[in-house]
Structures are given as C-alpha cells and as structure tokens.
Write a protein that binds this ligand. Structure first.
Ligand code: GRF
Length: 198
C-alpha cells in the first residue's frame, strides 16, 4: 500500500470580483495534489467571498491594522496549513513578515508587461489608461514573485496582446482578462510543481 503525500495547499488573496480565483479553483478541481485551501480578502462584500461560499472554501476577511502591524494573519495561514500564496487582484502591499514566512512562495499577476506600468496606484483601469496614453503597441500580463517592492519580484511568465488604434481601457481590459484566464491557472500549476521538487 502506498501512502498518498499530502496536498500542496494554496491560499488565494483577492480584493475584487475574483474571476481569476474562480479560474484557478476550476482548474485544480479535478487535479490531484493541489488544493485551494483558503481565500483571503481585505474587502467585506468582495465578489471573491461569494465564490468562496459557493465553492465551500474557508475564507478570512482581514483587518488592516493586524495585517500590517500585527501578526499578518500568520497563525491563520498556519492553522490552514498553507504552503504558498497566490495573489489574484489583491490590492494591499504584502508586509515583510509574510514575505519572510513564505520565501519564494508568493506570486502575483499584474495586468501589464512589467517592469513598465507597475507600482503603487497601478491597478485595474489605471494600468490600461496609462498604457494607452503612452501609445504602446502591445500590452499583456506578468506573473511574478512577490517581494517587498510593489510589482517588482522576479518574472515567472509574460504573455502579450496587440493594441489596436480603436482600443479603449475597457476593450484592452477584456483582452488582458482573456490572457489571465488562459494562462494563470497553468502557470500556477507549473510553479507548484517546482515547489514540490524543492
Ligand atoms: C486582474 O486584472 C489582475 O491582473 C489584477 O487584478 C485583476 C483581478 O481581477 N491584479 P479578478 O478579480 O480576478 O476578476
């Protein structure tokens, strides 16, 4: 009889609708070895919490003071035996304590081609407006490690889309979302496999 190794347990942090979280949950639903064990949000009422409810995944709504100047919710992450963290539209900066507790075990998705169009305030439509204002010919997505600087850690994966002359922030957002949904779950899986081999 062989003993099945325990699942690799992911927490997804998200502040908004959670469409990427949903795609990741769907992707891993019928795959063995990885489970989405916890959803973490900073926003009561965020769409991602409805997803957690519907999927029967436990969730935490974090409070700012404790996240930044308290224990960063490390006890909860430990209780849920979280191995690694995926940021999918999470708007708070990750505090040092959390990065230290999860070295190379936190990744983020950004809706542009970093290192351009990243940093504080660069999220959602602000990113697409800046990309269009600069008359870029292409944009895309970046999946990267999280370090102590916003949108800065080593890049794991990028995918590109072209920008047409009639693109608006909304139409560009749609192209970007398509890329995110297509690639993010698979890149998460490859990254998890890498973690398992360490
Ligand atoms: C995505 O565009 C992601 O790149 C960014 O936040 C957005 C989250 O969207 N970091 P959703 O909540 O997954 O729909």
């Amino acid at each position: 009889m062989s003993i099945k190794p325990p699942d690799f347990r992911l927490a997804i942090f998200a502040s908004g609708t959670g469409s990427n979280a949903q795609k990741i949950i769907d992707y891993f639903r019928n795959r063995t070895g990885t489970s989405i064990a916890l959803i973490v949000s900073n926003k009561p009422g965020a769409g991602v919490l409805d997803i957690a409810d519907k999927e029967g995944i436990p969730y935490i709504i974090m409070e700012k003071e404790r996240f930044f100047r308290g224990d960063a919710y490390l006890p909860e992450l430990k209780n849920h035996q979280i191995d690694a963290i995926v940021l999918a539209g999470f708007l708070w900066k990750i505090p040092k304590a959390l990065i230290k507790a999860f070295p190379h075990k936190i990744i983020n998705i950004h809706p542009a081609l970093l290192p351009k169009y990243g940093g504080k305030g660069m999220y959602g439509h602000f990113v697409h407006e800046a990309v269009l204002a600069a008359k870029e010919r292409e944009s895309g997505i970046t999946i990267h490690y999280v370090d102590e600087v916003y949108d800065h850690g080593a890049i794991i994966f990028q995918a590109y889309c072209t920008i047409d002359s009639d693109d608006t922030p909304d139409s560009l957002a749609k192209k970007i979302q398509k890329l995110e949904h297509l690639h993010f779950p698979r890149v998460v899986e490859e990254w998890v496999q890498l973690q398992n081999r360490r």
